[in-house]
Write a protein that binds this ligand. Structure first.
Ligand code: BGC
Ligand code: NOJ
Length: 809
């Protein structure tokens, strides 16, 4: 069952009923100001940091679900009836409802008793504000007298404090009103230098700034007292909960429309004025933004800029395959999600509260892989930020804070896979751009400029970190966890999760990871290529030798009869072996060991992937391990704390499915790779939206596994490494158009019945017009560039030129 449809020509998903299984959201903003918006107008916005600079209040875990946002009530003065232009919060049944989530904007259209509304929400490029444009039309044949009420509730900036320090919060709220602009000034006394405002380009009949005055002390957003009585009381909030609500009375003749532009903005006094005028907000900053967006034409202009920005961002990789589901994933929604995950990391969604996590070291390096071709300059900047937090021994802070860009000492490090992702992030960046100079860039260690060293040195320390942290079998020590945050194998205190031991215990043993072993070999290949590009052949050979040794170690200590082992725990017990009672086979080591090239020669890789399908495969994707743990095991940690079938305990963790797709593609099994791709790609799951539950246009982190009561139900949409890895799997390994150090690599691994696929790829200034088509029966694959047969599948870019490439598969 579906709740809408894709409108590819507009690059929109159109939701046709408001009561989707869960709120289906979108993001506004791409640079410094962001909004989260649901299909019923719910959500919140913030400047840069969802924790410290939150403009509007949102209550996670609320009843009813998703019941705070930027809302518009319409009241018919004659009948006294009122409703919401976005269905919530009044939830009156509408005659028509339609939500269009597009790239960087959301439009919600509604109609009730011959009054049509269309609300457009967006964040213009380079601005620190949201625009809410409301168009109301009288489509009936009598004159209508209406009141429109806007509503936003301010957050007192620090969202975490806002949610708990009530003895203080309820006294500090301050606002000011100037014409149709409501200023939220809380914190200005401490000269924190920022304020928010909500403005409408029309003289307001009335306003209120106090939540209780709007809802009534025991009232609700569903039935606000002020809307019921039909009049706002011009109250200036004094403490309690500051809000902004404008009342605009409008009379509409039959057929007449009125368009209002609301601006919800963030402003800072200019630095030089900061200390000169304590306690005074500099309204000029707001005035000038308001002036820029005072007309519908200015909104249209902002929308045109957003559209053209997305045209530019999406242009480097466009396909036409004959399957519209694949095309919309590759051309629109997957790259869009990659951009959002890159911006947000794992901070703010409907499942990440915005107050918890900062930027992840491994997360951001992976996000980069799906995003680098869209905005390479920002990827470069991100690499420098990440690498600046690296520790001198090559280890990494697991996270850093987006405002300060400093490593987060509370969380610390010891996730031993972390450093290796830097090699993949930097490699991905250089392959895309050819910007080898980045390796000479002096980058801090531990955020200390006195410790700065060339980026190449950071890569070297990342690489040697693994070699300096090998365990009793010669495999990499896992530390607190590897990619699987929940595999806490050094956990042996009597309190679950309390104590993590990462150095050898009295028996000289600590836990080791086969996933890191595979990742190390894979990263070593990338690193060796980087070194060869720099002409450092000797060093590259020593890297190859270390990788070869790790492959031998995997062969000896990492093979079970039919698949790769996952790990050894602190006591030296196997994890992910047929000998185990539960958790006999894990996905991560199958993916990474095969991607690393292990077992390709002797058929073991094939065997491992067959076992993966047999034990982990479901119609909804591949589960993370099998069988899930029925009980909690202290020596395994958090992984066994989840009920069977959820999250890392046998859920379908969509982030790691593409590793198997890539592994299959590497073994030449495009059929299987694409089959796995389709099982989890949201556009292919649209038809089962009632089971999947989450947005059909973006990936969720997890789909409940076969042991779960609600097998097939997705959770935690949007902010997940799933976006980048699936993008890499489909574009670079299945369609097989992959940036290399010397040129663009053409290496498709497609199902035989895929037919003809056309791809336009802009790479280092060169446009490649590529046609992939099945080879004639009996013929081997070939590549023809500009009419000439070539014997290499690496096509050197010719800047400013267009190359036509015909490849058979
Ligand atoms: C989640 C991870 C998170 C970890 C923290 C896991 O369940 O999947 O995203 O980092 O919990 O403990
Ligand atoms: C989500 C985290 O953001 C990611 O870094 C981790 O690898 C997965 N969870 C798996 O545990």
């Amino acid at each position: 069952m579906k709740y809408g449809y894709f409108d590819d020509s507009q690059r929109e998903y159109v939701i046709t009923r408001p009561d989707t299984p869960k709120p289906w959201i979108n993001y506004l903003g791409v640079d410094s100001f962001f909004g989260i918006i649901s299909n019923t107008g719910g959500g919140y916005c913030f400047y840069r940091d969802a924790k410290l600079r939150r403009l509007t209040r949102y209550r996670y875990n609320n009843i009813p679900l998703d019941s705070n946002g930027r809302y518009f009530y319409i009241k018919d003065q004659a009948s006294g009836e009122y409703w919401s232009a976005t269905w919530q919060p009044v939830r009156k049944e509408l005659d028509k409802y339609e939500c269009r989530h597009g790239l960087g904007y959301t439009k919600i259209a509604a109609s009730y008793s011959s009054i049509e509304t269309e609300v457009l929400y967006t964040v213009p490029k380079g601005e620190t504000l949201e625009l809410h444009q409301v168009k109301i039309t009288n489509s009936g044949n009598t004159v209508r007298q209406l009141s429109l009420f806007s509503f936003v509730e301010f957050c007192l900036w620090d969202a975490s404090e806002d949610d708990r320090n009530f003895q203080r919060n309820l006294n500090i709220g301050e606002v000011e009103v100037e014409g149709s602009t409501i200023y939220h000034k809380t914190e200005y006394r401490e000269r924190r230098n920022h304020y928010a405002y909500y403005h409408v380009n029309e003289a307001a009949t009335a306003y209120t700034t106090d939540r209780f005055a709007f809802t009534g002390t025991y009232g609700s957003l569903e039935k606000p007292e002020a809307v019921e009585t039909g009049e706002l009381d011009k109250q200036i909030a004094s403490g309690w909960s500051p809000v902004a609500s404008h009342q605009i009375d409008v009379t509409l003749e039959p057929g007449e429309s009125k368009t209002l532009v609301f601006v919800l903005g963030y402003a800072e006094n200019e630095p030089e004025k900061k200390w000169q005028s304590p306690g005074i907000i500099n309204k000029e900053v707001a005035h000038s933004s308001i002036k820029r967006f005072s007309t519908p034409e200015s909104v249209e202009q902002a929308m045109a800029e957003i559209q053209s920005e997305w045209n530019k961002l999406l242009a480097p990789y466009l396909i036409k395959s004959g399957d519209e589901r694949l095309d919309r994933m590759v051309n629109i929604w997957n790259p869009y999600q990659c951009m959002v995950t890159f911006n947000m990391s794992r901070s703010a969604s409907y499942y990440e509260s915005g107050v918890g996590r900062g930027m992840g070291f491994r997360d951001s390096n992976q996000d980069l892989l799906g995003f680098v071709h869209q905005v390479p300059e920002r990827a470069r900047e991100r690499i420098i930020d990440i690498a600046s937090t690296q520790l001198l021994d090559g280890g990494a802070y697991h996270q850093y804070q987006p405002l300060t860009k400093r490593g987060n000492a509370d969380i610390g490090g010891n996730f031993n896979d972390d450093p290796l992702w830097l090699i993949l992030g930097v490699g991905g960046y250089i392959r895309e751009t050819g910007d080898i100079e980045i390796l000479d860039e002096k980058v801090d260690f531990e955020n200390e400029s006195s410790l700065a060293a060339p980026l190449l040195d950071h890569l070297d320390r990342s690489f040697t970190f693994t070699l300096n942290n090998l365990g009793p079998h010669g495999l990499p020590l896992i530390g607190r966890a590897d990619w699987n945050d929940c595999l806490n194998l050094n956990c042996f205190s009597s309190e679950p999760g309390e104590s993590f031991q990462t150095t050898a215990n009295q028996e000289g043993r600590t836990a080791e990871s086969l996933m890191i072993a595979g990742l190390f070999v894979y990263a070593a290949k990338e690193y060796a290529e980087i070194l060869r590009t720099l002409g450092k052949e000797d060093k590259a050979e020593s890297v190859d030798a270390a990788a070869a040794k790790m492959v031998e170690t995997i062969d000896v200590h990492g093979r079970e009869p039919e698949w790769f082992l996952r790990a050894y725990d602190y006591f030296g017990n196997k994890v992910g072996s047929p000998e185990c009672e539960d958790g006999k086979i894990y996905i991560e080591s199958q993916g990474w060991c095969v991607m690393a090239g292990c077992g390709h020669q002797d058929g073991f890789a094939r065997k491992a992937l067959d076992a993966t399908e047999k034990h982990l495969g479901t119609a909804h994707g591949l589960v993370l391990q099998h069988p899930p743990y029925a009980d909690y095991h202290l020596n395994l940690g958090e992984v066994s704390s989840y009920p069977p079938g959820y999250k890392e305990n046998g859920g379908i963790f969509c982030h790691n499915n593409p590793w198997i797709m890539i592994a299959e593609a590497m073994l030449g099994n495009g059929e299987k790779a694409y089959d796995y791709y389709k099982r989890i790609a949201p556009a292919f799951r649209e038809d089962v939206s009632e089971v999947h539950g989450q947005e059909p246009y973006v990936y969720a982190q997890m789909i409940a596994g076969k042991a779960a009561a609600r097998h097939g139900e997705a959770k935690n949409s949007w902010l997940t490494g799933t976006a980048a890895w699936n993008y890499v799997a489909i574009t670079q390994h299945i369609l097989g158009i992959r940036p290399g150090y010397e040129g663009l690599i053409i290496d498709p691994s497609l199902p035989a019945d895929m037919g003809k696929v056309q791809i336009e790829r802009v790479f280092r200034g060169c446009t490649y017009k590529i046609t992939l088509q099945p080879a004639a029966s009996g013929a081997s694959p070939s590549i023809i560039v500009d009419g000439e047969v070539t014997h290499s599948n690496v096509i050197t870019p010719q800047p400013e030129k267009t190359l036509s490439v015909l490849a058979t598969y």
